[in-house]
Design a protein around this ligand. Structure first.
Ligand SMILES: C[S@@+](CC[C@H](N)C(=O)[O-])C[C@H]1O[C@@H](n2cnc3c(N)ncnc32)[C@H](O)[C@@H]1O
Length: 290
């Protein structure tokens, strides 16, 4: 099951109060939403976005009794559209908790994890995204693959890894996450705790799901729909997400927004011990001008 990260810190900075409205841009299993809900009842509402239709289906039963959470199976790049359609107003805060959930890695069977032997799919929303990791790995040109590994994964050994992929796929299609992880392991021996396939898997997932482009668009829309003095709290897990957040926040500051976190907020030692996935999390908070 997915453990939400930096929950106490998000609550502290978003400071939810009775009857206020919030947006959860990345619902997952609703860890952050459920905590926010405790403070905003009885009349406050959370408009939640979750792009993965299977995850929305899994959440449906739990949410039947919960009238204060409106869960939409939609990309957070549709925030403005859906806020308008629902006439959802007086939004005091938005939480973004980026990436995928532990459920995606452990249970979705879509090849997100290099520790599993599953078909290389990696689409967060298989109904909306047409291209799978299988197609990228097996049919994209050498140059394009190197570019993806560098630009979406900051993989320094992109060329060597892609050469090995091309050597392999000449004889047989690379079908599963395990096959791909093994090809990379043969090129880059494990030197520390980090698996050598980490960056390649990150690059493929980020590229296929258009994650960096979505992030820029979603953040800007979230800021536009916020009430005066409303806040955005955003949790990132990798350097390329950080770059996008810093770039957008810089633009927003020029429009008068105020940084609430002077330095990024990181999980405590205890949280990292209890939930190792949280170790790379960084929280930043920005406030709209009044
Ligand atoms: C780290 S998880 C969020 C976990 C959640 N905070 C919780 O406590 O359960 C990120 C979630 O965002 C979803 N997601 C990723 N990109 C999205 C997008 N562009 N729009 C909406 N949801 C997205 C993923 O499917 C995943 O479930």
């Amino acid at each position: 099951m997915h453990k939400p990260v930096l929950v106490k810190e998000v609550i502290k900075f978003l400071n939810p109060q009775r009857n206020q409205n919030f947006i959860d841009a990345t619902y997952g299993f609703g860890g952050h939403s459920k905590e926010l809900l405790k403070y905003i009842k009885p009349k406050g509402k959370i408009l939640a976005f979750e792009w993965d239709p299977f995850l929305v289906e899994l959440n449906k039963k739990n949410l039947m009794q919960e009238k204060n959470i409106i869960l939409k199976n939609a990309n957070f790049t549709k925030i403005k559209k859906i806020v308008k359609e629902l006439n959802f107003t007086k939004i005091k805060g938005v939480i973004f908790d980026l990436g995928i959930s532990s459920w995606h890695l452990e249970n979705s069977k879509r090849g997100f994890s290099f520790n599993k032997d599953e078909f290389l799919d990696m689409r967060i929303n298989p109904k909306e995204i047409k291209i799978t990791a299988f197609e990228v790995v097996n049919y994209y040109s050498k140059e394009r693959l190197i570019e993806i590994l560098k630009n979406y994964g900051e993989e320094k050994r992109a060329k060597e890894i892609v050469d090995a992929i091309l050597d392999k796929r000449r004889f047989k299609k690379i079908e599963t996450s395990k096959e791909l992880a093994e090809i990379i392991m043969n090129v880059c021996k494990r030197k520390n705790k980090i698996h050598p396939a980490t960056k390649t898997f990150m690059a493929l997932r980020t590229f296929i799901n258009n994650e960096l482009e979505n992030l820029e668009e979603g953040l800007k829309q979230a800021f536009d729909v916020l009430d005066k003095n409303g806040r955005i709290a955003i949790i990132t897990f990798q350097g390329l997400e950080d770059k996008v957040v810093k770039k957008v926040f810089k633009e927003l500051k020029r429009k008068g927004a105020k940084m609430i976190t002077k330095n990024v907020v990181r999980p405590s030692r205890n949280e990292i011990l209890e939930n190792p996935r949280s170790r790379s999390a960084k929280l930043r908070v920005i406030q709209k001008n009044g």
